[in-house]
Design a protein around this ligand. Sequence first.
Ligand code: ZN
Ligand code: ZN
Length: 396
Amino acid sequence: MKKSLIIIAAIAAISGANAQSIYYQDKGNVDMARHTLRKDVLRKEFVLPKVNGYTVYKSDLHSHTMFSDGHVTPEYRVREAWIDGLDILAVTEHAEYRPMERSMMDYLKGYLPEGTAPINNVVSDKPADNRGILTNLNLSNYKATKAAESYGITIIPGIEVTRTPETIGHYNALFIEDANTIYDADPATAIRNARAQGALIMHNHPGWRRTSLEMTEFEKTVYAEELIDGVEIMNGSEFYPNVVKRAKENKLFMAANTDIHSTTAMDYNNQGEQRNMTLILAKNASLDTIKEALKKRRTIAYSYGTIAGDEELIKDFIMACIEFEVFNTDKNGRKSIRMINNTSMNFVLNFGGNPVQLRSFTSRNTSVGKGKKLTFTVENAWVPTESQHPEFEIKF
Ligand SMILES: [Zn+2]
Ligand SMILES: [Zn+2]
């Protein structure tokens, strides 16, 4: 014990710049000290208030692992989600595009039966078993669900129906029962198969590899058949402002997802960014409750500090994030107001052509004349109205 204390003091003095530097010594080891931080796995908290009595759960409804074309294991994907502060994650491998399978099967080559067909690594529109291999498409969901038990994260079992982006597009089936029985050569039938399992269908990255958001024949058909429950307003770095109105018109939940293939450290965190999130307002994070919240469209899309959602919900969210406090009234009745943002959100408030930042965990002051209302729009929030940004009029 005495020896450990000496080591702590000595090393802390050398690395004086870091006040948290704490070394300890393993019992019985006189020659090595160990730093405490090395073993700490820390979760970054993205702080949001309760809104209308609901907890705002942080989810990513679209991610990939090495079981399709992602770079990491399902277990790593879950740990990463936990570190990034998420509560809910969907692992959604491409049903028809799984190039990592080739690498994995190449590794096992010696054990493949004679005459096994080569594995295609382009979008094949063919189920795995037609290619001479049997693949359990539920495996990554199983593994993620198992890994999530240690983190308290809810895993939504899912799969991505992946067809020609220019004409058909990609669709995430969420809350599926069995990924192996969804595939069909006809994409609409594949979506109907997922629906028959009780899945919710999200239209992914609707503008990806398109020059316009004009709906294709296929999209018109599946939308008209009411097979679509949600849509990505944001996917990775892409943002489709005009889909906000489409979501309202078609009663779709609005989502913002990473579609992460590499790591969020690479695509977001090392750039100082929070990963994309679909914020879900619900009483708890159980699968049934989250599914119900998505059906009721209680979601807000978050990407690179920008949010999108239905007008009422976005306004309630912003009013829950910002606290207004009158701290002085002068002799002419002009009120001094402090706006306090005790959340991880940044807001851009526009007071009649004069935009200012109200950054996370900061406050700023403004004032309003006698009998006047404080009026502003929030520029980094998008809603399905004519002005596209929510408008506030607050009386004090
Ligand atoms: Zn996709
Ligand atoms: Zn994807």
